[in-house]
Design a protein around this ligand. Structure first.
Ligand code: PLP
Length: 352
């Protein structure tokens, strides 16, 4: 990085105005009528926080101290300690709680097509709300996924061999039963729920300069970036090189489908990002970085070997966004937090 760039970045930290919540609301109030539906607002995230506080575990923030080769002061948001093992619990609770409050939570409950962390969180939140969850998966989904969903009380339906078939069945079921369709990431309530963890991160580390987060379909990223920019905090959006839906959308200026193939694809393998995520990424305080799979694998091993943090590849992707040469390089003294977003992983391959 050139001296001029380093200087600009440092100057930006020093002069950055940390806006209060009241100021933020005021500025949003002025522009609220002009916001496109795809744009997530800070107010959406604050409303989500009010709904889900007490229903999810608060974020634990840990200082990692020295991290080899990184100049900054590195913190980790231990969101993998969340119910169900990922941040998805926040969005799922916000989604159902908002529908309950507006009287649109049907007796038929909620339905989703997801064998991953979103499906687990949806099933868990439905159990907490005392409503049924019907989860659609392809027939070839790993048995362990269906078993965990059963464990949360979900009615699991195995349909077809492609995700698209499970999705179509989910929508057909909703049309017939009246069940509410949820989504893994492309829903403002889901993204706003995810963003609540950033409110907690800022409360724990008010002087934070930068937050690093992994991106799949972009719900987590959109929620986090929406809060981060209100406080002048930079967001680094990290994707595996071969799961680059956000990076590609930014390059083209529009949401586009990409092929997905990565060790982290089980959680980050969305073929396209939401419009909301693209909008959030088109902001000067957001940087998109790509990391190769070997860096993700190494980052996951490093987190276990050096910090006794066992996470899934999606979370290690964010960390690799700091440790790999193609990632973000913080300056000396820069306060950086990495969101360790999930730990639904097979621990047998990290042992050292
Ligand atoms: C652990 C974990 N991290 C990150 C992501 C990416 O989230 P999003 O699709 O909102 O970008 C997911 C999505 O399933 C996930 O399960």
């Amino acid at each position: 990085m050139t001296r001029a760039l380093v200087f600009q970045r440092n100057a930006r930290w020093k002069t950055r105005a940390r806006r209060t919540s009241a100021e933020n609301n005021q500025s949003q109030g002025a522009s609220a009528v002009t916001l496109e539906p795809a744009e997530l607002t800070f107010t959406d995230v604050e409303a989500a926080a009010q709904r889900i506080t007490g229903r999810v575990r608060p974020l634990t923030v840990a200082r990692l101290g020295e991290v080899a080769g990184i100049a900054g002061d590195v913190f980790a948001g231990l969101e993998f300690l969340q119910y169900t093992g990922t941040f998805k619990a926040r969005g799922a609770q916000n989604f159902l709680e908002a529908h309950r409050a507006s009287g649109t939570l049907p007796k038929a409950g909620v339905t989703i097509a997801s064998g991953g962390n979103a499906g687990l969180a949806c099933a868990w939140a439905a159990g907490q709300q005392g409503i049924p969850a019907t989860v659609f998966l392809p027939e070839n989904a790993p048995r362990v996924k269906a078993d965990r969903l059963h464990g949360y009380g979900a009615d699991v339906r195995l349909i077809g061999h492609e995700y698209a078939e499970a999705l179509a069945a989910c929508h057909e079921f909703a049309a017939q039963s009246g069940a509410l369709v949820s989504h893994a990431y492309d829903n403002p309530l889901i993204a706003a729920g995810a963003g609540t963890l950033m409110l907690e991160l800022v409360a724990a580390q008010p002087e934070l300069d930068t937050v690093v987060v992994s991106v799949g379909g972009g719900g987590l990223f959109a929620g986090i970036a929406t809060v981060a920019r209100q406080f002048g905090i930079r967001t680094i959006a990290v994707e595996p090189e071969n799961c680059r839906a956000l990076n590609e959308a930014l390059t083209r200026g529009e949401v586009t489908e990409v092929p997905v193939n990565s060790v982290a694809a089980d959680s980050l393998g969305a073929r396209s990002v939401s419009e909301t995520a693209l909008r959030a990424a088109q902001h000067p305080l957001v940087e998109s970085v790509l990391v190769p799979d070997d860096a993700i694998v190494n980052a996951r091993r490093y987190l276990w070997a050096e910090h006794r943090l066992l996470v899934e590849h999606a979370a290690a992707t964010a960390f690799a966004g700091l440790t790999h040469a193609s990632g973000y390089r913080p300056d000396s003294g820069e306060k950086v937090a990495v969101v360790l977003c999930g730990a639904n992983t097979d621990p047998s391959d990290v042992a050292v």
